[in-house]
Design a protein around this ligand. Structure first.
Ligand code: SF4
Ligand code: SF4
Length: 414
């Protein structure tokens, strides 16, 4: 696509990156067919090709309005369009650049600013978020519906095995997961322990930075990334750990991008690139030990339950991990139910469910209908945001897939 970038951006690193992305787009529109918001709204400007055109206009210096901002706000950043695109257009990166600029150009109402500020300040702080979650559970019946569904009951985490193996990996605790579902990292630690790997959480690390970065505070997101690099680097430098393990695929996408996010920071660029290269989704780690896992599971198979796996967008479109979790669940003795339209987002998308509730709820209804069609009695996922969002709309238990493997391997209750 021919582009004439405006003076304010053309000689910047972001301008060059945006121009290269725009040049790749041949405007074929294949991506439109797999865009969840286009499917719901039927408006070209609520699909990837239309949004790319809006961002191009913005970068060329044309006037933009609240309407432009709304079409970009409605994008889930699910990256389904990237999976479909035959030209390899890195839409999500272009969207980051465009959204950052439009945020400075088009002022939001006071209420919208306050909502975004509250999310940026509350969600990434694990301690503050945990206290809010505790208070929320105490007064849940009094909360508005939209908030009630964000306050799940907490399940027992169970024991975390002592670090007894010479093979060690660091788990990211993250921001919301410790108070919403501490059982996930504990289950991952037990599964890896059975595979001869000790999983440890590193004090000082926290939110991966995705919340702030995608809520128009890219510098805040980079600050979160630097804090995590500082927390992990000593163990990495001493060669004590093999990998940084992510049990939320959304965090995995962000941490694997640290090298890019901090590329312009001479003090962090090299360390961030090294840490990004060591970062793995938990499914990649377990899949690499599949033979050992299967040997252990052979002794422990019990009742076969039928599971529908919701592959988060961050897993299948962001990390491009497809079919791996399904194989692990099958190896653990679960029966996989087919899932229609598995490429479509469930509507969670970070803070999207709070900022675009109508679209988010519609997408959840569609996803739960698809997940329910194959007669599953359990839903598995790989990302805490999707899990909480889906669980709020169904009585069918929603669990992280590693909890299901832990249940089969170690007998932990679901
Ligand atoms: S992003 Fe890709 S699929 Fe979509 S219009 Fe551009 S080239 Fe075609
Ligand atoms: S990221 Fe998702 S919602 Fe946004 S344009 Fe692409 S397919 Fe559509």
């Amino acid at each position: 696509m021919q582009t004439q970038l405006a003076d304010f951006i053309k000689d910047t690193a972001e301008g060059r990156e945006a121009e290269a992305i725009l040049r790749n787009c041949v405007h074929c529109g294949f991506c439109t067919a797999t865009c969840p918001t286009y499917q719901l709204l039927g408006d070209e400007l609520d699909g990837p090709r239309g949004r790319i055109y809006l961002i191009k206009q913005l970068l060329e210096g044309h006037d933009v309005s609240e309407k432009t901002q709304l079409h970009l706000d409605r994008c889930l950043t699910c990256r389904s369009c990237e999976t479909t695109c035959p030209s390899g257009v890195h839409y999500s990166r272009l969207a980051d650049i465009g959204r950052n600029i439009i945020e400075q150009r088009v002022p939001r109402t006071g209420a919208e600013r306050a909502k975004r500020w509250a999310l940026r300040e509350l969600v990434p702080r694990a301690g503050v978020f945990g206290a809010a979650m505790k208070a929320g559970r105490a007064v849940r019946p009094l909360l508005p519906n939209a908030l009630q569904e964000k306050v799940p009951d907490v399940r027992r985490a169970g024991p975390w095995p002592a670090a007894r193996h010479s093979r060690r990996m660091i788990a990211l605790a993250g921001c919301v997961q410790p108070s919403m579902a501490p059982s996930i990292n504990a289950a991952a630690a037990r599964v890896l322990d059975a595979l001869g790997i000790s999983l440890v959480e590193q004090p000082g690390a926290g939110c991966c930075g995705a919340v702030r970065y995608h809520l128009h505070d890219q510098e805040g997101g980079r600050a979160d990334a630097r804090r995590n690099v500082d927390a992990w680097w000593p163990a990495v430098e001493r060669g004590e750990v093999e990998a940084m393990v992510m049990t939320a695929s959304g965090c995995g996408v962000q941490v694997k991008d640290y090298g890019h996010l901090l590329a312009q920071d001479p003090a962090y660029a090299e360390k961030a690139t090294r840490i990004a290269a060591l970062t793995r989704d938990i499914s990649e780690i377990v899949a690499a030990e599949a033979d050992r896992l299967e040997a252990q599971l052979l002794k422990r198979r019990g009742e076969r339950r039928r599971v529908a796996f919701q592959s988060p967008c961050t897993l299948q479109h962001g990390l491009k991990i497809r079919g791996v979790v399904e194989r692990l669940l099958a190896a653990a003795g679960y029966e996989l139910a087919p899932v229609r339209d598995g490429h479509l987002c469930c509507g969670s998308a970070g803070t999207y469910s709070l900022l675009q509730p109508e679209l988010s709820h519609q997408l959840r209804e569609n996803k739960l209908a698809a997940l329910g069609e194959g007669g599953a009695t359990l839903i598995a996922s790989a990302n805490i945001g999707c899990m909480t969002h889906l669980q709020a709309g169904t009585a069918t238990p929603v669990r992280h897939w590693v909890e299901l493997v832990d249940c089969r391997l170690n007998g932990f209750p679901l």
